[in-house]
Design a protein around this ligand. Structure first.
Ligand SMILES: [Zn+2]
Length: 103
């Protein structure tokens, strides 16, 4: 079971189990629906996009300032890939939940 901040910025912490689904505590589902109705998903997407762009910019900056050894470049790339994967998963789970709510 994983506790995630729905859409990363809603402030609603939901429990998600890969095998069994999503759990909502009292009022959480209502708060998520309100968040979505207020345009929260678009705002979350814009924020994530900005964060990825900022990270890429930072990465480029770090790559310029590292000592040029291959291993540090590989470490930085690996860390960036991991984070990007996490962001994608966040959007995917928000989308799956939205589909569940609207179907
Ligand atoms: Zn489970």
């Amino acid at each position: 079971m994983n506790r995630i901040n729905f859409a990363r910025c809603s402030g609603v912490i939901v429990d998600i189990c890969k095998g069994h689904g999503s759990w909502f505590d009292h009022e959480e589902l209502t708060r998520i629906v309100e968040f979505i109705r207020a345009g929260g998903l678009d705002a979350a997407r814009a924020k994530e996009k900005a964060a990825i762009e900022e990270e890429r910019r930072q990465l480029r900056h770090e790559q310029l300032s590292v000592d040029g050894s291959l291993s540090s470049l590989l470490d930085i790339r690996a860390a960036d890939d991991h984070h990007t994967t996490g962001v994608t998963t966040g959007i995917a789970s928000a989308r799956a939940l939205l589909k569940l709510l609207l179907d």
